[in-house]
Ligand binder design. Structure first.
Ligand code: ATP
Ligand code: MG
Length: 407
């Protein structure tokens, strides 16, 4: 089987990298996800390279080489604005939370390198002439739309139980089914996932829910029971049933968390973030979604909701409303865009009357919480367009209706 590399821009662009490595007497191949996706006809994300050259060799061949995992034989080459991960042929990878001690054995043969890869669809290599090396019948697996472990699935899952998650995540991205023996091994030994670092599971979990075929993948988690080994779900397995309501892909953990928190607020955003060891940024975003969804439930879409939600969350919010409020979601995407565009202010500092003005207006009233409280009511009035953002008008409103100490 041959691939016409000139027709695949990502490979065409990376070709000089292969050529330079080979000119110096080493072997080099495109490998992994890029080969799989090219053969399926999907867009390629990253082009990864496997080579007989060691990281030291690579360093002498390219100007910009970033060491990312020298002990595992991995470096990143920056070349013409692109990054390429180059990994030395090896027969077994070391995983931090592996049962056995880390060990990496470098080998001279691409076939041995392919043999350590997880699934047959991921165990193909492409040389610079476009010839496909396919010792494990990955091409046939693509035709059959199946995810099959390279070699004995139980052994492969024991080496690195994360592969259990990866199998299901690839089925979500590609819509492939999981081959019988591979699937039986997942059913039998899903609990090996207990050994895996939360952070690694989180990466796959997020990708799973971003996959086009997530419905079948969610079903596979449930059927095999592996959801019981995920953070949060291990204490609250019933929560996973709500995942069936995610009928189209969600983009990130913040969206996922707020989806589950909406149904089951007893497990809070803080709990989720702590147990899944997520970032502060995700926590911030998840909290903003939860707040906006609560407001939406009470009042639908209005200026105050949109104003309080950071604009970068608009798309995620639209996805969430579509899932959580199927009956009250028609036209809301356009409405959100239009409200966002017409907001009178985007930040409290834009209100024409400030805290300093308030103190000037009421020199005899001691400073206190009244200032903050008044500013919030002003903010609400201005955002909801019940009061123009005009110094004099606001001043009048304060004097007439809201002077401090009134109550
Ligand atoms: P993606 O499109 O998500 O990047 P990918 O197949 O490229 O998918 P990566 O995690 O980037 O996945 O890994 C690149 C390649 O390395 C895989 O295609 C596979 O051959 C190999 N690989 C990655 N993780 C493992 C693992 N846990 N066990 C065995 N091989 C793995
Ligand atoms: Mg990849």
């Amino acid at each position: 089987m041959n691939v016409n590399i000139t027709q695949i821009p990502a490979f065409q662009q990376a070709l000089p990298v292969l050529e330079r490595i080979e000119k110096h007497g080493f072997q080099a191949f495109f490998v992994g996800g890029s080969v799989r996706d090219a053969l399926i006809g999907k867009d390629i994300v990253d082009v990864d390279i496997a080579s007989s050259a060691t990281p030291q060799d690579i360093k002498t061949l390219f100007k910009k080489v970033i060491p990312v995992g020298i002990e595992h034989g991995t470096v990143i080459i920056r070349y013409e604005g692109q990054s390429y991960e180059v990994t030395t042929f090896r027969s077994e990878s070391g995983y931090e939370d592996h049962r056995h001690p880390d060990k990496v054995e470098f080998v001279t043969d691409i076939e041995l390198d392919l043999a350590r890869r997880d699934f047959t669809i991921n165990a193909m290599a492409l040389n610079r002439d476009g010839r496909v090396m396919d010792p494990f019948e990955g091409l046939q697996a693509i035709k059959d739309k199946k995810i099959q472990a390279v070699g004995d699935p139980l052994e492969r899952f024991e080496e690195d139980p994360l592969r259990i998650m990866r199998a299901i995540r690839f089925s979500s991205q590609l819509g492939f089914h999981i081959e019988k023996n591979t699937s039986a091994a997942i059913l039998k030994q899903g609990e090996w996932l207990k050994e895996i670092a939360v952070e690694r599971i989180a990466v796959e979990f997020e990708k799973l829910f971003r996959g086009e075929y997530l419905i079948q993948a969610v079903e596979a988690c449930k059927q095999s029971g592996i959801h019981r080994f995920f953070p949060v779900f291990k204490q609250y397995p019933f929560l996973f049933d709500y995942a069936k309501g995610i009928t189209y892909p969600l983009d990130d953990f913040a969206e996922l968390i707020s989806f589950f928190v909406f149904y089951h607020p007893e497990v809070t955003v803080d709990d989720w973030v702590k147990q899944w060891k997520l970032s502060r940024r995700l926590k911030y975003n998840a909290k903003a979604y939860v707040e906006a969804l609560e407001q939406y439930k009470l009042r639908g879409l209005d200026e105050w909701l949109v104003y309080n939600m950071p604009p970068h969350l608009d798309k995620g919010f639209i996805r969430l409303v579509g899932l959580l409020f199927p009956d009250m979601s028609s036209g809301y995407a356009n409405k959100l865009t239009s409200i966002r565009k017409n907001l009178v202010i985007t930040d409290r500092s834009e209100i024409e009357l400030s805290a300093a003005h308030l103190m000037e207006m009421f020199p005899d009233v001691p400073k206190g919480p009244w200032i903050g409280e008044l500013l919030v009511s002003l903010e609400k009035k201005v955002v909801s367009m019940e009061l123009a953002n005009d110094y004099n008008e606001i001043k009048e409103w304060v004097q007439a209706w809201n002077p401090p100490g009134k109550d």
